[in-house]
Design a protein around this ligand. Structure first.
Ligand SMILES: [Fe+2]
Length: 213
């Protein structure tokens, strides 16, 4: 099993803050049954990481896991928010760092739809596909400003949908849980991921006995 979405690299975004916390989170992933983690560090206004930043942090953690005997394979990648502050520059500089299968994890602004500016997600999904990538929309259940027609339009454009572990169980509140249920009922999900940021997430997953395999 592969965890295709997590923030366990040390000090690059709002996930793990230091190497010790990274190792702790990796140990949880192994316990849940993952053999590999795709490290999808943020690329947003507040965390404008480049692929080199992420690869460096990934090498650091890989060495530490090997020293500590934690059997988790790591692949560096990124979670790209479709916002004017970072997305056009990402494309311009060729800063797309896909994971296995040429997947690119994209996300939308979580709360404020207006932060997307004049970016049209469907156009960006099609653009990525034309470039030979497979776009994956992270946690569609968290964008409560979308309606079902819009979700279907993203699917039609060619995006895969990734549900967060814990969304159904209430990690992000009741409204997100209801939305996740609706997307599940429509059969719109293709992948799941932890979106693991810190130990609070891990404790929540353990509280409902989460197992990946
Ligand atoms: Fe994430």
């Amino acid at each position: 099993m592969i965890d295709c979405h997590c923030h366990i690299l040390p000090g690059v975004d709002d996930g793990a803050t230091c190497l010790a916390e990274s190792v702790l989170l990796a140990r949880y992933q192994v316990k849940w049954g993952f053999r590999k983690a795709v490290c999808t560090s943020h690329r947003v206004g507040k965390y404008p990481n480049t692929p080199d930043d992420v690869k460096r942090a990934c090498d650091l953690l890989r060495d530490e896991l090997s020293k500590e005997g934690v059997p988790l394979e790591l692949e560096p990648s990124m979670e790209y928010r479709l916002i004017p502050e970072t997305w056009p520059e990402t494309l311009e500089k060729g800063w797309l760092l896909p994971w296995e299968g040429n997947h690119i994890l994209i996300e939308l602004p979580i709360h404020k739809a207006s932060r997307i500016g004049n970016i049209v997600p469907e156009d960006e999904i099609e653009r990525l596909i034309d470039m030979g990538f497979q776009p994956v929309l992270a946690h569609p259940e968290r964008y409560l400003y979308l309606d079902m027609d819009r979700y279907l339009s993203f699917k039609e454009a060619g995006a895969l949908f990734q549900r967060n572990i814990g969304s159904l169980e209430g990690l992000y509140g009741e409204a997100v849980s209801v939305r996740a249920e609706a997307l599940l009922t429509e059969g719109l999900y293709d992948l799941i991921g932890t979106d693991l940021h810190n130990e609070r997430y891990a404790a929540f997953f353990d509280s409902f006995g989460f197992k990946a395999g």
